[in-house]
Ligand binder design. Structure first.
Ligand code: ZN
Length: 247
C-alpha cells in the first residue's frame, strides 16, 4: 500500500493541486489527510471539494474545528481568528457539515492519523519537542507509526522500543526515511498550504508499507498567484507575506 499524505492544506488550492499531481505521478493507493483543510488561504470550499474527491481518510484539525464552531476561536491569534471568520462566510452548509463530522483520529490498525497528538487530541497540543513527542508515544498502544500535522514542520520523532531517549530528524528539505522493526515513529509531513520550517515549497509525503519507507517531498508551486488572490480577498498581510518565506 502506498499512502499519499497531505496535511495542513489551509485553503491553498494551488499548492494542493501541485502536491496531488506530484504524488499521483509517483503512484498512490490512498490519500491520508491529518487535518486543517481550511483556514488562512483563499480557497476553503474548493479545497474541501478536492479533498473529498480523493476519498481521503481525513481527521479534524483545529482550524477545521474552529470554522465549524467546534472550537473556541479565543484560542487563536488575531490573524488566524480573522481567517476563521473570513472562511465561515465562504463555505457552504454542506462544507460545514462535512468538517463537523471529521473524526479526531483515524485508526489504520498498524498506523494511526491524528492532527496534533495522541495525548489529548481534543486539546490540539503541539508535538514540537522531545517531551511532547514522549507524551504522544505513550499513547501509541500497538500502532507502529503516527501521522501528524499541526506544527507545519516536516520532521520525524523516532523511539526505539524500551529505550529512554527519542531522536528527532528534520526533513525540511525532503528525504527518505527507512522504518525499522522495533522502533516507533511520529511522522509529521509538514504543511501543503503554509509551511513554517523555512522552506516555502509545499510539503507532502509518500508512505510505502511494503518498502517501509517514508519519503518527504517538497513541491514548488506558484506562491505569487496565491498571494495575489489573498490580497484580493483582503486576508491579513501577515498571512500573505509568510507564504514566500515558509515561516
Ligand atoms: Zn495547521
Amino acid at each position: 500500500m502506498r499512502y499519499g499524505i497531505i496535511s495542513d492544506v489551509h485553503s491553498n488550492l494551488t499548492a494542493l493541486e501541485a502536491v496531488i499531481k506530484e504524488l499521483e505521478g509517483l503512484g498512490v493507493d490512498r490519500f491520508l489527510c491529518p487535518g486543517d483543510v481550511v483556514g488562512y488561504g483563499p480557497d476553503p470550499s474548493e479545497c474541501i471539494s478536492r479533498i473529498r474527491s480523493l476519498d481521503a481518510a481525513v481527521v479534524l484539525g483545529n482550524h477545521d474545528a474552529a470554522v465549524c464552531g467546534l472550537l473556541d476561536i479565543d484560542w487563536f491569534n488575531p490573524f488566524a481568528r480573522e481567517a476563521v471568520l473570513w472562511t465561515r462566510h465562504r463555505i457552504s452548509e454542506n462544507d460545514v457539515k462535512w468538517l463537523s463530522m471529521l473524526p479526531l483520529s483515524c485508526d489504520l490498525e498498524t498506523w494511526v492519523v491524528v492532527h496534533s497528538s495522541l495525548a489529548q487530541p481534543e486539546m490540539f497540543p503541539y508535538v514540537h519537542s522531545l517531551s511532547t513527542a514522549k507524551a504522544c508515544f505513550e499513547q501509541m498502544a500497538n500502532w507502529k507509526a503516527c501521522f501528524i500535522g499541526h506544527s507545519h514542520i516536516s520532521e520525524v520523532y523516532v523511539w526505539q522500543e524500551g529505550a529512554r531517549g527519542i531522536d528527532r530528524i528534520s526533513l525540511r528539505d525532503g528525504g527518505e526515511l527507512q522504518l525499522k522493526e522495533g522502533y516507533r515513529y511520529i511522522l509529521n509531513c509538514g504543511s501543503v498550504g503554509q509551511p513554517r520550517d523555512g522552506n516555502p515549497h509545499a510539503a507532502c509525503a509518500l508512505f510505502d508499507t511494503e518498502e517501509m519507507t517514508f519519503h518527504l517531498l517538497r513541491v514548488p508551486y506558484d506562491i505569487a498567484e496565491v498571494q495575489m488572490r489573498m490580497r484580493e480577498a483582503d486576508l491579513p498581510d501577515v498571512l500573505i507575506e509568510r507564504l514566500e518565506y515558509g515561516l
